[in-house]
Write a protein of this length. Structure first.
Length: 110
């Protein structure tokens, strides 16, 4: 039997960077609940430009971790969120990073 760290309840927080607004939505999930939560966030925040995500499900040999930038520059949204989940050693959790574009490009410069 494995023990693990996860979140007790769903939560959402908002921050602004310049004219851009960002939301972080975090929830407990075990399996396909992750996709359902992602869809729920997309439906609640419909006018957002991006819904990047990261999740970690299971423990030990059964650990499944995935992330996606959802159109943000490659490697700038999903992978950093996944790294935070890994560093905190959280599992059975999904985080969705939602961005409302504010007219200023952020992220990696070419």
């Amino acid at each position: 039997m494995y023990s693990y760290k996860t979140v007790a309840a769903a939560v959402r927080t908002k921050t602004a960077v310049g004219a851009c607004r960002f939301y972080a939505s975090l929830s407990f999930c075990r399996t396909e609940e992750a996709r359902s939560f992602l869809q729920k966030v997309r439906e609640e925040l419909t006018s957002a430009t991006h819904h990047a995500y990261a999740f970690r499900l299971g423990v030990g040999d059964k650990l499944l971790a995935r992330c996606d930038d959802d159109g943000e520059p490659a490697g700038t949204a999903g992978p950093p969120m996944l790294a935070v989940l890994e560093k905190a050693d959280l599992t059975n959790v999904i985080v969705v990073g939602t961005r409302y574009f504010g007219g200023v490009k952020l992220g990696v410069r070419s």
